[in-house]
Design a protein around this ligand. Structure first.
Ligand SMILES: NC(=O)c1ccc[n+]([C@@H]2O[C@H](COP(=O)([O-])OP(=O)(O)OC[C@H]3O[C@@H](n4cnc5c(N)ncnc54)[C@H](O)[C@@H]3O)[C@@H](O)[C@H]2O)c1
Length: 695
C-alpha cells in the first residue's frame, strides 16, 4: 500500500490497482483528495503491471460532495475537471465501487469512470441545486447521457438522491454488489478485462440524448411540471438550460456552457442566500454553553399529553422515528377523535403511495392512547399539548412531577405562555423546557426549543437531540411572549391590518408577499388558521381588531366556513377577493376618519417586513435568539420565508441596515407612530456600517 496523499492510498490486487479515499467524515473532495486521485490514477496508468483501476472509499460513505470548508476560497489545484478528464481518458478501465452516498462531485467522479458498481443501500444524487448551484464538473452533461434527459433533469432539479435499485434500472450503475466492496470492485474489473469490454466513456454516449433531439416539448413539459416548486429559484432553470446544451451541443461545448451557467449561479443573490442558509442551519445546532459533548438523555419512550391538533401531530413524529409514544387524554372521546385523525393522516399518505399499509399499522402500533396519566411513568420525555391556559398547564405539570421518572424531560408545547411559570409548578424546573412545534406538527420542520431560566444543560441538549432524531430543525430560543417566530409575525400582522385601512386590499397585500416568495400572505394565512381563534382571544381580553371582528361577526371564520378575508369555492383553497369584505374595510376606514389612498407594492413590502427585522434586532439584543442566523432558520422552516432570500436578517443585511433604519425613521416622521422607532441594535449597526451577520 502506498500513500499518495494524506487521504488517498494506492494498493495492488493482482493486476488491478485499488485507489482508496479516506477523508473522514464524508470523504469530501478536499484538495488532497483531488490530488491523490490525480496522482494515483497517473501512477496506476504508468505501471505496466496494472491493467485496471478501482476507486473505492473507506469509512461510512463514498465521496459525498465538495469540501465545504473550501467554499468561498480561491480554488486550489488540481481542479476536479482535470482529475475527471484523466480518469475518463485512462487507457485502462476504471471502476467506481460505491457505498453510502455518492453525492455532487462524488457522483461526478463516478460518472468519469468507465463502470460503476454499488452496494444495495448506496444512494446516488446531484444535490447542488439545494445550494442554488448546478453540478459543475460535467454532471449536467454526463448524467443525461446515462440515465436519459427526463430522469437526469428530475434528479438534478430536485437534488434528491436515488437508491441503488433505481440507479441500476436507469443504467447509472452496472451492477449491485455484495460483500467486501473493494474485492467486489476488483472482481468486476477482472470481469471487464476477461470479457474485453470496451472503455465505456459516458462523454461518447449519444443514444439517450438522440431520443429527445428535436423534441423541445420534452423540456417544455418538464418546465411546466416543476413550475410551482422552482418558483423564485434560479438554479433549476440553469440546470435545464445545461441539459438542453447537452442535447444540442458536442460534449466539450456542452461543458463550456455548463461552466457559464455555473458561474452565473455562483454570483447570483439566490445561491449566495442558499449557501448562507446551508451554514445557518448547521450553526443553529451549536449552543455556546451547551457543547456538543453535553450528555443528552437517550429517548426510548415518549409521551404526549393531549390528542388535539398539535398532540396528534407530535405523536406522529415519534412514531415516524420508530419511538414508542403514549398519548394521554382526559376523555375517551377526545382520545378516539385524536387518534382517528392520526390514522387518517397516515392513510392519506399511504393512498399517495408514500407509505405501505404495513408502515401505517407499524406506526399506529407505536402509538398507545390512554386516559390514565400513570401511563407516562416510564417515558423519557413527556410533551404537554393541552389547552393554552396557564392553570390547566400548571395542573398538568404538577401531576407530571408526581408521576414522571426522576430524569424525564418535561416539555410544553405552549405558544404564548411563560415556560418559567409552567416550570414553577414542578419541583424540578431544571427538567422543564418548551418544545414549540408548528402546525401541522407532523409536517413542519421547525422546532423552537424554549430554554427556561432553570432548564439544565442536559435538558437543553436532550430537547435539541430529540428534535433532530424526529426529523425537525431545532432552534434554541429564550422565554418571551411569542418567542422568536410569532413575536416577529405579530409585527407584520399589525401593519397588514393598517395597510388595508389606508387603502390596500387583502389580495394586494397578500400578492406582494407571494411575489416575494412566501407561500401565502397574512390574510390567506389567517383564513387557513381560522379567524375565530384570534377573535375569541380578543374578546377575552377586551381587545379589538375592527375589520377582523366584523368579518367574524358574520360567521366568516376562514377556509373552514368557506369565507373569511376571502371567499372560497367548495373544495378549493384558492382565495377569491370578496366585495363584501372590501365594503367592511371601507366602512371601518370611513368610521375611523381615514382617507383611503393608493398604497404602492414597495411600501407594502417595507411596511410588512421592516418591522419584523426591527423586532429581530430587539430579540437579538435581549438574547432571546443566540444569533441572527437562528432567526433566519426559524423564518425559513417555520413561516415559509423563501430560502433564496436567506431569511429576514440576511435579507436586511443585503438591503443595508442604514437604508432600512432611515426608511423606518421616514415612516415614523410621516405617521408620528412610535411603532417605527428603530431598535437600538439596528441604530448602532447602521451607524457602524455593519450588518446583523457580520456583527
Ligand atoms: N394549533 C396550533 O397551531 C398550535 C401551534 C403551536 C403551539 N400550539 C399550542 O399547543 C397546545 C395545544 O394546542 P392545540 O391546537 O393542539 O389544542 P387543541 O384544543 O386542539 O387540543 C388540546 C387537547 O388537550 C386535551 N386536554 C385538555 N386538558 C387536558 C388534560 N388535563 N390532560 C390531557 N389532555 C387534555 C383536550 O381534550 C384537547 O384534545 C397549546 O398550548 C397551543 O398553544 C398550538
Amino acid at each position: 500500500m502506498t500513500a499518495i496523499t494524506q487521504s488517498v492510498d494506492l494498493d495492488r490486487r493482482g493486476r488491478v490497482a485499488v485507489l482508496t479515499v479516506n477523508n473522514p467524515p464524508v470523504n469530501a473532495l478536499s484538495q488532497h483528495v483531488r490530488q491523490g486521485l490525480r496522482d494515483g490514477v497517473k501512477q496506476a496508468i504508468a505501471d505496466s503491471a496494472v491493467s485496471a483501476l478501482v476507486i473505492v472509499c473507506a469509512g461510512r460513505t463514498f465521496i459525498a460532495g465538495a469540501d465545504i470548508t473550501e467554499f468561498g476560497k480561491p480554488p486550489r489545484e488540481p481542479g476536479l475537471h482535470e482529475v475527471l478528464d484523466l480518469i475518463e481518458s485512462s487507457p485502462k478501465p476504471v471502476v467506481a465501487a460505491i457505498h453510502g452516498t455518492a453525492l455532487g462531485g462524488g457522483l461526478e467522479v463516478t460518472l468519469a469512470c468507465h463502470y460503476r458498481v454499488g452496494v444495495k443501500d448506496a444512494r446516488f444524487g446531484l444535490p447542488e441545486v439545494k445550494l442554488g448551484l448546478l453540478p459543475g464538473a460535467g454532471g449536467t452533461q454526463r448524467l443525461p447521457r446515462v440515465v436519459g434527459v427526463e430522469k437526469g433533469l428530475a434528479m438534478m432539479v430536485s437534488g434528491d438522491p436515488i437508491r441503488a435499485d433505481e440507479a441500476l434500472q436507469h443504467g447509472l450503475i452496472d451492477a449491485i454488489v455484495e460483500g467486501d466492496l473493494a474485492a467486489a470492485g476488483v472482481g468486476f474489473a477482472e470481469k471487464v478485462l476477461a470479457e474485453k469490454r470496451p472503455l465505456k466513456k459516458i462523454r461518447d454516449l449519444d443514444e439517450k440524448l438522440a431520443a429527445v433531439r428535436g423534441k423541445p416539448e420534452v423540456f417544455a413539459n418538464f418546465r411546466k411540471s416543476v413550475a410551482r416548486q422552482i418558483r423564485g429559484f434560479r438554479a433549476p432553470e440553469n440546470i435545464i438550460k445545461a441539459v438542453e446544451a447537452a442535447v444540442s451541443l458536442p460534449f466539450d461545448q456542452g461543458l463550456k456552457r455548463e461552466r457559464e451557467l455555473f458561474v452565473e449561479l455562483l454570483s447570483s443573490s439566490e445561491s449566495k442566500a442558499q449557501r448562507y442558509f446551508f451554514f445557518a442551519e448547521r450553526e443553529a445546532a451549536k449552543i455556546p454553553d451547551v457543547p456538543s459533548d453535553t450528555p443528552a438523555k437517550e429517548i426510548k419512550k415518549a409521551a404526549v399529553i393531549g390528542a388535539g391538533t398539535m398532540g396528534g401531530g407530535i405523536a406522529m413524529n415519534f412514531a415516524n422515528a420508530g419511538i414508542p409514544v403514549t398519548v394521554v387524554e382526559v376523555a375517551r372521546e377526545a382520545l378516539d377523535r385524536g387518534l382517528g385523525i392520526v390514522r387518517k393522516n397516515y392513510e392519506a399518505t399511504a393512498s399517495r403511495g408514500r407509505l405501505t399499509a404495513q408502515d401505517v399499522e407499524k406506526r399506529m402500533g407505536l402509538i398507545t392512547g390512554t386516559t390514565d396519566f400513570n401511563a407516562v411513568r416510564d417515558a423519557d420525555i413527556i410533551i404537554e399539548a393541552v389547552f393554552e391556559e396557564m392553570p390547566i398547564k400548571k395542573e398538568v405539570f404538577a401531576k407530571l412531577d408526581a408521576i414522571a421518572k426522576p430524569d424525564a424531560v418535561l416539555a410544553t408545547n405552549t405558544s404564548t405562555l411563560d415556560v418559567n411559570e409552567i416550570a414553577s409548578a414542578t419541583k424540578r424546573p431544571e427538567s422543564v423546557i418548551g418544545t414549540h412545534f408548528f402546525s401541522p406538527a407532523n409536517v413542519m420542520r421547525l422546532l423552537e426549543n424554549v430554554r427556561g431560566n432553570r432548564s439544565s444543560k442536559t435538558t437543553v441538549a436532550t430537547a435539541m437531540a430529540v428534535g433532530r432524531k424526529i426529523g425537525k430543525v431545532p432552534v434554541l430560543v429564550g422565554v418571551c411572549y411569542g418567542f422568536v417566530g410569532n413575536r416577529m409575525l405579530h409585527q407584520r400582522g399589525l401593519q397588514a391590518e393598517k395597510l388595508i385601512l389606508e387603502g390596500a386590499l387583502p389580495h394586494q397585500v397578500d400578492k406582494v408577499l407571494t411575489d416575494f416568495g412566501f407561500p401565502m400572505g397574512p390574510f390567506a394565512m389567517g383564513d387557513l388558521a381560522g379567524l375565530d381563534v384570534g377573535w375569541r382571544i380578543r374578546k377575552g381580553r377586551g381587545a379589538k381588531s375592527p375589520v377582523a371582528d366584523r368579518i367574524c361577526e358574520l360567521g366568516r371564520f376562514g377556509q373552514k366556513t368557506g369565507a373569511g378575508y376571502f371567499r372560497y369555492e367548495k373544495g378549493d383553497r384558492t382565495p377569491i377577493p370578496d366585495p363584501e369584505v372590501e365594503k367592511i374595510i371601507v366602512d371601518v376606514a370611513t368610521a375611523q376618519g381615514i382617507t383611503r389612498r393608493h398604497v404602492s407594492d414597495e411600501e407594502i413590502l417595507q411596511r410588512l417586513l421592516y418591522p419584523m427585522v426591527n423586532e429581530g434586532a430587539k430579540i437579538l439584543e435581549e438574547k432571546i435568539a443566540i444569533r441572527a442566523s437562528d432567526i433566519d432558520v426559524i423564518w425559513v422552516y417555520g413561516y415559509g420565508w423563501p430560502v433564496y432570500r436567506g431569511g429576514p436578517m440576511f435579507w436586511a443585511d443585503q438591503i443595508g441596515l442604514k437604508a432600512l433604519r432611515d426608511k423606518m425613521l421616514e415612516f415614523q416622521k410621516a405617521t408620528g407612530d412610535a411603532f417605527w422607532t428603530p431598535a437600538p441594535l439596528l441604530v448602532r449597526l447602521a451607524d457602524q456600517g455593519k450588518g446583523f451577520l457580520a456583527a
